[in-house]
Design a binder for this molecule. Structure first.
Ligand code: GLY
Length: 569
């Protein structure tokens, strides 16, 4: 059925690509509670919410709220994200809590007088890098519209841990080391997350009393506890004092948008995933569509589908073509006309694959059309006993975001402004390029790669997602192929990874993805391989076998997360 590692790739499947619309078949039978997240304290908070009578949406808020305290390097009140919520009848919605550019932002705000990118990297470091956060809004909005418990109940674990403290783990230590120089610049960041300007050792206690107070304000007053009143005033005052451009009105104007998910019908599977301003859903739909238009066995009639070199070649060419369209066409749909119908047209996708040659890489520069002109984030997957599901990917962008902590509120600000194309054709922190569609404008949301996804086939249901910047989409893609091929949750999250994003024109991979012989074979086809020198991603996956009802879950072994499943009788 899939194009992964089995000959089933050759089976012709039907792919229907839709933007919007929902399938509604086979509601899930009562079953298990399951939570998978990037930190054990967050997973436990989610489980407690479920056991206290909350539904999956309560549990997702409780989990994310604790992540925003114990993973200051990944996500938090100063960031945003995308929440895919599914009801037991499979009605699905996407809650877009992506950051928005402040009103005073301008298209060229990160360029110097010569039109070059400012050497201080202001789109990455410090308060000028921060978009207006959506995470507090997501908590308030989802709690009001979908949850069963009061917001205070869902925030209580996060408040307690922010006040009492949590212990530095290896991941904190490594990511803080990466951003230490920038973190040292800001007094409140230094005081909260470093000790004497150095990264604290594993086991050190990190307390965030100001953040606890801000969470209390949110628990007491809901939306207005963050976007209006004392917290908002303090945030704006701290940001402006450090050279940022936020105004009170930016916070008052922030909105959550519910969008129809991208829905992909693929053989017997239905996938629900993120629409723009995330690029993930369109890219996934294009990749599955390209596979259908030019299946593996049409390109390689004499090669088994589990041949690792041919498989890599085929998948890389699919990835390359989707990321090329990402760079040119995708941006905030509220500001940019995205030619979705054209991008998902089977004839167009077939044409894009027509020049794929066996045994030969397609140079990115040879693809028609041009541009006019590590990353951190977190993911959680939750399922309740009635079959409600949440797949949410949340971010403040680079580890510790902009590294600017608002001292009065304890909120560490994101640096998502760098996800805009700050100059057409100039790569961002992930090496991604973009054009007009993703240029900066006041109130606009930067294009994201976050791809929280839910999939149901005849056999299995999956709730899947991962952090990883530009590599998120290809990780979810490879993960879905594994799930469709029947792999276990553990094997899926553990599988070695590779990635191609059009530009730079290289196959990025983990140190142990390819053998020396496989590398030589790929290089002979014209590929340049780049070992990224470390493992990447932190996938959180819940799987349910639809026939037996057995539920399994796995947290990526690359991280410190925890996945738990509890049967309900
Ligand atoms: N900040 C990473 C992303 O949204 O793609």
């Amino acid at each position: 059925m899939t194009l992964a590692r089995t000959p089933r790739i050759s089976i012709l499947f039907t792919v229907l690509l839709l933007l919007g619309g929902c399938a509604a078949t086979n509601p899930q039978q009562p079953g298990s509670l399951a939570v998978a997240s990037a930190h054990p304290l967050a997973t436990q908070a989610g489980l407690r919410a479920l056991e206290a009578g909350g539904n999956a949406f309560d549990a997702a808020i409780a989990t994310a709220a604790v992540l925003s305290v114990v993973e200051p390097y990944s996500a938090g009140l100063g960031g945003g994200g995308f929440w895919l919520l599914q009801q037991p009848d499979q009605q699905t919605t996407l809650v877009d809590a992506r950051e928005k550019a402040p009103a005073a932002s301008t298209r060229d705000m990160y360029l110097d007088a010569n039109g070059e990118v400012h050497p201080d990297k202001l789109s990455i470091n410090g308060p000028l890098a921060a978009g207006i956060p959506g995470q507090p809004g997501a908590f308030a909005y989802i709690n009001e519209h979908y949850a069963e418990r009061p917001l205070r109940a869902n925030l209580q674990d996060a408040i307690r841990i922010a006040r009492q403290g949590f212990h530095v783990d290896q991941r904190y230590h490594e990511l803080a080391e990466w951003r230490r120089e920038v973190m040292q610049r800001y007094p409140a960041t230094r005081q909260t997350f470093l000790v004497d300007g150095k990264v604290p050792p594993v086991g050190a206690l990190i307390r965030q009393p100001a953040l606890a107070d801000t969470l209390e304000a949110l628990a007491d007053r809901g939306w207005d506890g963050f976007y209006d009143g004392p917290v908002a005033q303090q945030l704006v005052s701290d940001v402006q004092a450090a050279g940022g451009i936020w105004q009170l009105q930016d916070l008052k104007d922030y909105t959550i948008v519910e969008r129809q998910p991208v829905v992909i019908h693929y053989d017997d599977a239905t996938l629900w995933t993120t629409p723009p301003p995330s690029s993930g859903g369109i890219a996934l739909a294009q990749m599955f569509g390209m596979m259908q238009q030019r299946p593996f066995d049409e390109v390689f009639p004499d090669t088994p589908a589990d041949d690792p070199v041919a498989r890599t070649h085929y998948l890389v060419e699919v990835m390359r073509r989707a990321y090329r369209d990402r760079a040119i066409y995708l941006g905030d749909p509220d500001y940019t006309d995205i030619p979705v119908k054209h991008l998902l047209d089977p004839a167009y996708l077939g044409k894009r694959m027509a020049n794929l040659k066996p045994g030969q890489a397609t140079p990115s520069q040879s693809l028609e059309g041009d541009l006019d002109s590590g990353t951190h984030t977190t993911h959680l997957s939750v399922m309740d006993a009635d079959g409600r599901k949440v797949s949410a990917t949340l971010s403040i962008n680079l580890p510790f975001g902009s590294a600017f902590l608002s001292s009065g509120t304890g909120v560490l600000l994101n640096d998502e402004m760098d996800d805009f194309a700050i100059k057409p054709g100039v790569p961002n922190a992930y090496g991604l390029v973009g054009g007009e569609a993703n240029s900066i404008a006041p109130g606009k949301r930067p294009l994201s790669s976050m791809t929280p996804t839910i999939m149901t086939s005849d056999d299995r249901t999956a709730i899947i997602g991962t952090p990883g910047g530009s590599r998120i989409i290809t990780m979810v893609y490879l993960g879905l192929l594994d799930v469709l091929d029947g792999k276990s949750a553990e094997a899926t999250v553990s599988d070695p990874r590779f990635h191609h994003q059009y530009l730079p024109d290289v196959i990025q991979h983990e140190p142990d993805t390819f053998t020396p012989e496989q590398k030589t074979a790929l290089e002979a086809m014209g590929y340049e391989l780049r070992d990224v020198g470390r493992h990447y991603g932190n996938m959180q996956l819940i799987l349910r076998d639809r026939e037996s009802g057995e539920t399994t879950a796995a947290a990526d072994p690359r991280g410190i997360g925890q996945a738990v499943v509890k049967p309900v009788r």
